[in-house]
Design a protein around this ligand. Structure first.
Ligand code: OXD
Ligand code: MN
Length: 654
């Protein structure tokens, strides 16, 4: 094949007037002959470590792109990409803000596709538990090595013809931190490149880390794909929704994603790497990769504690992570809103980093009332996806009604005129997102990039539970806490392809993100206690919270948002070992008077908010048992079954 190598930008830089187009490739044979058969239109090939080069070569041979662009992660490069995206109609500028953009997808490509997400291992049981015969497993999807190969063969050959392949080196976690891991994503989507720049530490220095430390990296191959009939339905948002597939091979540290340009399907550092592959690495190396926010709380006496919290998608993780406390003297600072990597240090203290560099938050419902810090974060350097836009150059979604000035017109996420109070469909897609740099968050914690991570004192589990589940309860011990995580259930949301509202089991908020057999994951969690003991450390306390309990009339019983600082106050007291709790069959709840309620605008029916209805809990216990029997079977650790048995007998005795 003709060797065409362009070193144009390397030599000349990107032109001052960023045009969004590459100059014509210049053939400079011989210089880059380690990379065969394609034009490198941008980037320092000499800086690419050999193993990355091999990955690129192999993927180029498969996908046959026209060009290759090795990303350096510079702002100049970013502007070049944004300009190109604008020229192709993929994004529109939002002049009301600073360097903000709106992307609108093909309406068939709007969420993670869990049903098309697979983990490949030699044996099925390495990936998934064995469900009861006749029951559909819901704890991940396994694919055999043979089917994995053929899924790739059926989709990838030539899928990047006529397009540029971007080489995106990125670090999950601060570059060089002992807790960080490196990935290289190859993608044909500029939207992905720009989003990866926000969501990860991306750039040439990451290549240097791979070379210098000779460390392994996670291979991430992504293509928006090419429909079999060759027709791209929405040229500004190419994708192949019919044949979407998201594949992971933990054994090779490999992710292969085809057909979708959207979020968790395409920004491979996030769910695919930081959670699915991450959890397999964590199991091997003895740490935890979790779907958790991390926040710091400072109380009036100046004591500061860090808390990690797992809630299913779209249950308010970002809101909690950026909370403005209503309790005087309290301060919340944000480390991360979605993912935590946690490891014991040599003193047995669990420490966490946020492996991400940005927020990919659900937009609808975010407002100056619910999350002013997020609103302040998203007005600069943000890529919005599938929100509505306004005639004054801004964005709109459900929850921002009060920000719309008279006379301002709204265009919905599908590009159609939309009128408040008149239009029957939502203006923004329910899973529309903002993608913003974490550093722009006004309450980002000063330690958020600490390479050693922050010390974690408590872990919260939670979900949307309209019935029966109290505002907060504390697990009796670590084993009980692991059981509480395993039994998590929540009302479904729009973050994935599920339709309608139903209560779904979502253990550890990880159901769509486990990289290996859930039973083994539970064993791994249980084993943490011994690990900590050996290091003579103290385990974090575990709590369950539910901001979403409703009364008989369907009204929320707890105001939530900043008022959740009252719950954090009680949790901090418990971390300090204060005797402000009372035992119930399900765990410790606040002793009477210990949950601070002063100055609340609404009267709280504490009795109802903390009631533990016997009928509800008998059913809950049975539902959990059925879930374990159907979904986990013989993979369930005996300790977890033991905890359920104890709970059942306590409830029966109520
Ligand atoms: C997310 C999710 O995008 O959990 O964070 O779905
Ligand atoms: Mn998430």
């Amino acid at each position: 094949m003709l060797l065409k190598v362009l070193n144009y930008f390397l030599k000349n830089g990107i032109p001052k007037t960023v045009s969004g187009h590459y100059a014509k490739p210049i053939a400079t044979p011989g210089i880059f002959n380690n990379i065969r058969g394609f034009s490198v239109v941008q980037g320092d090939v000499a800086r690419i470590p050999l193993k990355v080069k091999a990955f690129i070569e192999e993927s180029v041979a498969l996908c046959q792109p026209e060009n290759v662009h090795i990303c350096d992660g510079s702002e100049r490069e970013n502007q070049f990409m944004l300009k190109a995206l604008q020229e192709s109609g993929s994004i529109i500028p939002l002049p009301k803000y600073q360097n903000c953009w709106l992307a609108r997808t093909n309406p068939a490509d709007v969420a993670r596709v869990e049903s098309k997400t697979f983990i490949c291992t030699e044996k099925r049981e390495q990936t998934v538990c064995t469900p009861k015969p006749g029951v559909q497993g819901t704890l991940g999807n396994w694919i055999s090595p043979k089917d994995y190969e053929s899924a790739i063969k059926n989709r990838f050959p030539g899928c990047m013809k006529g397009r540029t392949m971007y080489v995106v080196p990125f670090s999950m976690g601060p570059v060089g931190s002992p807790l960080s891991k490196i990935g290289v994503e190859l993608t044909d989507s500029q939207y992905v490149v720009c989003s990866m720049k926000i969501m990860t530490r991306m750039g040439a220095n990451v290549m240097d880390v791979i070379s210098k430390k000779n460390i392994d990296f996670v291979k991430c191959l992504h293509s928006v794909g090419m429909p079999e009939n060759g027709k791209i339905a929405v040229p500004s948002w190419p994708c192949d929704p019919e044949r979407v597939i998201i594949l992971h091979k933990p054994e090779n540290n490999e992710i292969v994603s085809y057909g979708s340009g959207y979020g968790g399907n395409s920004l491979l550092g996030k769910k695919c790497f930081a959670l699915r592959i991450g959890s397999t690495i964590a199991q091997r190396e003895g740490w935890l990769a979790e779907h958790m926010l991390i926040l710091g709380v400072t109380c009036p006496n100046g004591t500061k504690k860090y808390i990690a919290a797992a809630f299913p998608s779209a249950c308010g993780k970002t809101n909690l992570a950026m909370m403005t406390p209503t309790l005087p003297g309290y301060k919340v600072e944000c480390i991360g809103d979605d993912i935590a990597w946690m490891k014991f240090d040599s003193h047995g203290q669990l420490r966490a980093i946020n492996p991400e560099n940005g927020f990919f938050g659900v937009a609808p419902g975010t407002s100056y009332e619910t999350n002013p810090n997020a609103m302040k974060t998203v007005v600069k350097d943000t890529i919005f996806t599938n929100v509505a836009y306004t005639s004054d150059g801004g964005v709109f979604w459900e929850g921002l009604e009060s920000t719309i000035q008279p006379g301002v017109k709204i265009t919905d996420w599908l590009g159609k005129p939309w009128e408040m109070g008149v239009s029957k469909t939502p203006a923004a897609h329910p899973n529309s997102r903002f993608c913003s740099p974490a550093s722009h968050c006004p309450i980002i914690d000063s330690n958020w990039e600490d390479p050693e991570g922050v010390p974690i004192s408590a872990i919260l589990f939670g979900g949307r539970r309209p019935q029966g589940v109290p505002l907060v309860y504390e697990a009796l011990n670590w084993e009980h806490g692991v059981f509480v995580g395993s039994a998590m259930r929540s009302e479904t949301t729009a973050a994935a392809e599920h339709k309608g509202k139903m209560i779904m089991n979502d253990p550890f908020a990880m159901r769509p993100f486990f990289g290996y057999n859930f039973g083994n994951y539970l064993k791994h969690w249980l084993s943490m206690e011994k690990r900590c003991e050996e290091l003579e450390g103290t385990m974090p306390k575990i709590f369950h919270v539910n901001w979403f309990r409703k009364d008989k009339d369907g009204k929320f019983m707890w105001p939530g948002f900043g008022e959740n600082s009252r719950v954090l106050d009680w949790i901090l007291n418990r971390i300090e070992g204060n005797d402000c709790h009372e035992q119930t069959p399900i765990g410790f709840v606040p002793a009477e008077g210990s949950l601070r309620l002063e100055n609340l605008e609404t009267k709280i029916n504490m009795k109802e908010l903390f009631s533990i209805p016997k009928d509800f809990w008998l059913k809950e216990v049975n539902d959990i048992q059925t879930y374990f029997d159907n979904q986990v079977g013989s993979d369930l650790p005996k300790e977890i079954q033991g905890q359920l048995d104890i709970l059942k007998s306590k409830i029966e005795k109520m």
